[in-house]
Ligand binder design. Sequence first.
Ligand SMILES: Cc1cc2nc3c(=O)[nH]c(=O)nc-3n(C[C@H](O)[C@H](O)[C@H](O)COP(=O)(O)OP(=O)(O)OC[C@H]3O[C@@H](n4cnc5c(N)ncnc54)[C@H](O)[C@@H]3O)c2cc1C
Ligand SMILES: NC(=O)c1ccc[n+]([C@@H]2O[C@H](COP(=O)([O-])OP(=O)(O)OC[C@H]3O[C@@H](n4cnc5c(N)ncnc54)[C@H](O)[C@@H]3O)[C@@H](O)[C@H]2O)c1
Length: 472
Amino acid sequence: MEQIKTDILVIGAGSGGLSVAAGASQMGAGVVLLEGHKMGGDCLNFGCVPSKALIASGKAAYGQSHAAAYGVADVMPQIDYAAAKDHVHDVITQIAPVDSQERFEGFGVRVIREYGQFLSPSQVQAGDHVITARRVVIATGSSPLVPPIPGLDGVPYDTNETIFDLRDKPDHLLIIGGGPIGMEMAQAHIRLGCKVTVIEGMKALGKDDPEAAAVVLDTLRNEGVEIAEDALAAQIRGQAGAIEVAAQDGRIFKGSHLLMAVGRKANTDTLALEKAGIETTRTGIQVDAALRTSNKKVYAIGDVAGGLQFTHVAGYQAGIIIRSALFGLPSKAKTAHIPWATYTDPELSQVGLTEAQAKERHGETVEVVRFDYHHNDRAIAERKTAGFIKVMVVKGRPVGVTIVGYQAGELINLWSLALANNLKMSQVAAMVSPYPTIGEVNKRAAGAYFTPRLFENQTVKRVVRFVQRWIP
Ligand SMILES: Cc1cc2nc3c(=O)[nH]c(=O)nc-3n(C[C@H](O)[C@H](O)[C@H](O)COP(=O)(O)OP(=O)(O)OC[C@H]3O[C@@H](n4cnc5c(N)ncnc54)[C@H](O)[C@@H]3O)c2cc1C
Ligand SMILES: NC(=O)c1ccc[n+]([C@@H]2O[C@H](COP(=O)([O-])OP(=O)(O)OC[C@H]3O[C@@H](n4cnc5c(N)ncnc54)[C@H](O)[C@@H]3O)[C@@H](O)[C@H]2O)c1
């Protein structure tokens, strides 16, 4: 058994763990990094990267079959599903060096390719190594939740960990779960020539603003995706190529393949947390606002901490704990400025409060201002006019923004900046946007806040009339 002493031990080399290891080692701390599976974790290998690459394949196919409106004849795309998967893996390969063992060893990090498990509050075993660390960071991520639906264990099914390796095109993909994974995969697959049925127990995209979600769901339905809501999967039967899902209300859905996309389960099982005095909750490891666990020398970040489960959240939390673990400075993770986006076409993005949350929290003081994509000249030129932005404003400052439409994931960046810095609507309105850009919708939404104040204001009108009488 090799005994290793270090300043920081990071368990898990995914989005969160790699950010801690890179930052801490480059600032001079001794860092040991454990990874039991693939460097880069879920995001690189089974999550963000492959899903966005497959979505890009779907977009390319859709572009070919929907070109006539631009004066270019539609063609029936020749889709090679296996080649689309080659593209997905090529994209992973291109990004992988950034997350590689070699790169991190170059920073001076000791990388051990083993699963870690606590032996005591400050000691972790990984293979033949026992690591004693001043601070431990748990960044072990999450896995697909596979609920015990009767019959599921008797049929073949995919999750996000296997679907990107599937090379035979499904004739008819059944997807249980209408969250972001389900909807992104549904659209990618319908565009790649599969039939797709989404079976959702409650409302699809139910964590998002319902008005914005409806724009995405209408588009998917128009493209041919069957989306069954209030259809809790209760029984599954069949075999490879012929699978049946029965909903609680008796509806039956038939398809050739099944993808489970019903949420995530925190990766805590193999850590022996009880030996380190670390408490868990229903969703993951219990942490305080500084991301400390019930063992004050151990932090938990990213999906395993059970909050918002996004790569950029894991990265943001890494920055918070580096400040506290390396410099001993107080630091707190905030959530008000954390955006998220679902990369369907149209995209759907959110930062801060939704309209319903803002009204619940701020009551009558909330003003909702909006601007529709169909008034944006660039959106008209691109024929991408579906969608809108709405900004929830309290006392002149945005408290939440919902965008659904072309490039919504890009447009939300500006509002994340505004919320992170508590900017006023006047500061957003002061920005000049180049014409014609989709980004003008941001400025026009800010402008919409001032329109009634300027153009429907009798005092303003009186002042203007008075000044006009006197200036030469
Ligand atoms: C299909 C899909 C699409 C997604 N798309 C997006 C997106 O577009 N944008 C976005 O922001 N987020 C997206 N996400 C979410 C994103 O992937 C996660 O939020 C992110 O990967 C979490 O990072 P993490 O560091 O917490 O965990 P991970 O990246 O999963 O890393 C955890 C690592 O820890 C390792 N590990 C586990 N246990 C141990 C142990 N005991 N010892 C050593 N190593 C261990 C695992 O092998 C893994 O490599 C997507 C997720 C999925 C599933
Ligand atoms: N674009 C992105 O950033 C992106 C993309 C994909 C995933 N993610 C991350 O991954 C997480 C997990 O995504 P997800 O879509 O798996 O989870 P989710 O929790 O967002 O959605 C799961 C859906 O499955 C439904 N469901 C649960 N049990 C069911 C049953 N028996 N029958 C029918 N429906 C059932 C739920 O009602 C819910 O709507 C997301 O919350 C997000 O953090 C992010």
